[in-house]
Design a protein around this ligand. Sequence first.
Ligand code: T46
Length: 138
Amino acid sequence: MIIQTISMKSVTAEGMGTLSVFEAGRDVPFDIKRIYYIHGAPAGVQRGGHAHKALRQVLWCPYGSILIRLDDGVEKTEVLLDDPARGLIVEHYMWREMIWQQADSVLCVAADSYYDADDYIRDYDVFKRLVKSGGTEA
Ligand code: T46
């Protein structure tokens, strides 16, 4: 499985912290229509457990440490998001689980589409069948 990450441009001002930035269509391979973030989760929490039919996203963790488990229906891998300047591209047809390694870690997500509940695949067996059939039947 090829994992796409981005290293954000980061500008440190001595004694004043660091500014990190990425640009849609330049640093990430799509335009951005929606940004959401998950905060206030205790350590050990697991979220996700679904894939998307079309949605493309970039995930990053500006504070804390979150393990991202990815499964393309053939291979599985894990990426630890613990660097505020590192982003993970998560393409469509990718089963994802997010596990909080540290309380109050923040997961930020920039998505290429507006929220659409019909774009979710929440049943793993359906996901596997869709991957096998190239997305044409469940
Ligand atoms: C994803 C991972 C990384 C909305 O109303 N609007 C939104 O834009 C989103 C993303 C969610 N919601 C509602 C739907 C549910 O009632 O918020 C509630 C929690 O959503 P969900 O259980 O899907 O959250 P996660 O953390 O399991 O997954 C989220 C995204 O939904 C998903 O697309 O890839 O973060």
